[in-house]
Design a protein around this ligand. Structure first.
Ligand SMILES: Cc1cc2nc3c(=O)[nH]c(=O)nc-3n(C[C@H](O)[C@H](O)[C@H](O)COP(=O)(O)OP(=O)(O)OC[C@H]3O[C@@H](n4cnc5c(N)ncnc54)[C@H](O)[C@@H]3O)c2cc1C
Length: 323
């Protein structure tokens, strides 16, 4: 292995040309290398790149460098003021020490916590394509109820990405073919027959930054995470809501769910059920039912459907109560 051959990538172009696996905070990558789940031949340390700024974006929104640490993003004054859903999602994740290391790019690309993926004694199509999926008929309590396939039901674990999905973030990249911008909802792939492909990044393509659009005046947002213990635990179900309401009527709603999907799960069905309606318990319940209408439980995770619905209803109540 030529691990850490490139101790410092001097430029984004240089990092892309090196065509290795990028090392940011290392809190996912190094863990998985120790477990022999990931065995990259070349690791490129990108920490020297100038990608650690949070700045106003040209469209009036926010530009977040890929190497901005999760703690810095969570406590940024603009994020706390204009995008509280993002701050709350970040602060609900991992521990303070991990958040001090973890980066925006690395968080988006963190790997699933499926125990069968992380243990090389078990079959996993994501880790070893064609080997099978031990979760399908195994202990699948933490697995996905939406977006799964016969090849993979692993949940995407990021909290931050769920908030960014509801904020309609755009991922900006640089690769051997140049720069491009991809909406976050199109960035992630559902597993289908090829769960090893989790997103649209090509080999050597690096995330440089993420942009968030400006939100309409009066927009409020909230992230609610439900899990087995209050701290230091991944979501069993979570909800990110971004709502613009006036006089008790919802004009605009963006909804994403975590802990239930093979990718951070945007629910346009829930959004349609909310927009133009009065903020009420009945409307929130209909939106939650719409969000989970296509959910497919496995043997041990059926409880997640009701949990996700309740998370969404509670998040909507909290957000609109403030209005
Ligand atoms: C004990 C523990 C608990 C955790 N709890 C939570 C939790 O509750 N919620 C949650 O959301 N997360 C949680 N996490 C995950 C944590 O948020 C991620 O490990 C972290 O965000 C990854 O960021 P990183 O910079 O360390 O990524 P790295 O480990 O450096 O990289 C992760 C992946 O992204 C790639 N990569 C990194 N940056 C780029 C880039 N700019 N361009 C292209 N590729 C890139 C790497 O090659 C690698 O494949 C937990 C982690 C641990 C260890």
């Amino acid at each position: 292995m030529e691990a850490f051959r490139y101790s410092q990538a001097k430029t984004v172009e240089g990092a892309a040309r090196a065509n290795g696996t990028f090392l940011a905070g290392g809190t996912t990558l190094v863990d998985l290398m120790k477990l022999n789940v990931l065995q990259p031949t070349v690791v490129v340390d990108i920490n020297g790149l100038p990608l650690d700024k949070i700045e106003p974006a040209a469209n009036g929104g926010l530009r977040i460098g890929a190497l901005v640490r999760n703690s810095d993003l969570a406590w940024n004054a603009t994020v706390r003021d204009k995008y509280p859903v993002l701050s709350e999602a970040l602060l609900s994740g991992a521990s303070p020490q991990l958040r001090n290391m973890a980066t925006t790019g690395g968080n988006l690309l963190q790997k699933t916590r499926c125990y069968y993926y992380r243990d090389t004694n078990y079959a996993c199509n994501k880790r070893e394509p064609g080997s099978g999926c031990s979760a399908l008929n195994g202990f699948n309590r933490i697995h996905a109820v939406v977006g799964g396939s016969k090849a993979c039901v692993a949940v995407h674990p990021s909290d931050m990405a769920v908030a960014m999905m509801a904020l309609e973030a755009t991922v900006h990249t640089h690769g051997p073919k140049g720069e491009r911008a991809v909406e976050l909802n199109d960035f992630y792939l559902v597993p289908g027959e090829t769960p090893q492909h989790e997103n649209v990044l090509a080999p050597g393509e690096i995330i440089t930054h993420v942009t968030l659009p400006a939100l309409p005046a009066g927009t409020r947002s909230h992230y609610l995470k439900l899990r087995d213990r209050a701290q230091y635990e991944f979501a069993l179900a979570s909800a990110a809501v971004v709502v613009t309401a006036s006089g008790g009527r919802i004009q605009r709603a963006r909804v994403a769910l975590g802990g239930v999907g093979t990718k951070p799960w945007r629910s346009k069905e829930a959004e349609q059920a909310l927009e133009g309606q009065s903020a009420s318990a009945d409307v929130f319940k209909k939106a939650a039912d719409a969000a989970m209408a296509d959910a497919k439980p496995l043997q041990y995770n059926g409880f997640k459907i009701e949990l996700a619905k309740r998370a969404l209803v509670r998040a909507l109540q909290t957000t609109t109560e403030q209005a």
